[in-house]
Design a binder for this molecule. Structure first.
Ligand code: ATP
Length: 215
């Protein structure tokens, strides 16, 4: 894949190219020139050539572009740009901080909703991200195609909440609780225990102040 950073104006035109190439593909057309694309889409040919040049070596001079190849290429390229929607359960101190942390700015990941059992929190929002009761989990994850959940409930609620998430269709859990969760094999769990990480760091500083570790 070429460099992912392409100008925004180009990125906006890619779906237009994609749709038109799908049409060409459907009628069995195998090649298309930038002039043909230009006529059909009302974008000048130089712009089209420049757009495509950001994507890498896609066409030969005088030959035009191979429709199937270009279509596949754009499909993969646009997929990279898809946003992965995530939910968070347990809108306490840590949960709220993570909702406020804008994952989306630097990565294509977005927390679409928070969930909590506290009636005082249900129906509120954190920086525009709504907080719902877990009754609405299924509906929200279906609507936003969510497969990943961040878990920031208290440790004693961790396993039952994880079970509930798995039942609803969640396949990945980022577990911030100290609980070691049990889940079916198809579910991936990543553990981030901030307390342990901090304690481990302090332990190493105290016991190996010069940086060398015992083998
Ligand atoms: P706070 O001060 O807001 O309570 P906290 O991080 O100290 O934050 P915790 O006791 O760790 O609070 O709980 C984190 C959040 O998880 C709270 O908002 C709590 O209401 C919520 N919570 C607790 N049990 C559940 C549960 N079973 N399902 C969903 N959310 C829960």
């Amino acid at each position: 894949m070429p460099d992912h950073k392409i100008p925004q104006v180009t990125a906006k035109r890619l779906p237009l190219y994609y749709r038109y190439l799908e049409k060409l593909h459907a009628i069995g057309k195998q090649r298309v020139s930038s002039a043909d694309l230009s006529d059909a889409l009302q974008i000048d040919p130089a712009t089209i050539r420049r757009d495509f040049s950001y994507l890498g070596e896609l066409g030969k001079k005088g030959y035009g572009y191979n429709v199937t190849y270009l279509l596949q290429f754009l499909r993969d390229f646009l997929k990279q740009d898809e946003v992965t929607n995530v939910v968070l359960v347990g809108v306490g101190n840590l949960g709220t901080a993570l909702l406020r942390y804008n994952f989306y700015r630097s990565h294509n990941t977005k927390i679409v909703a928070g969930f909590d059992q506290d009636p005082a929190k249900i129906g509120t929002d954190v920086d525009g991200i709504p907080v719902y009761s877990l009754d609405r989990l299924q509906e929200v994850i279906q609507l936003h195609h969510v497969e990943v959940a961040i878990l920031t409930v208290p440790v004693n609620a961790a396993q039952s909440t994880a079970d509930f998430l798995v039942k609803a269709g969640i396949r990945g859990i980022l577990n911030f609780t100290p609980a070691r969760l049990i889940a079916p094999a198809h579910v991936r769990i990543h553990n981030i225990d901030l307390t342990i990480e901090l304690q481990t760091l302090i332990y190493f500083l105290k016991n190996f102040p010069d940086g060398e570790e015992e083998m």
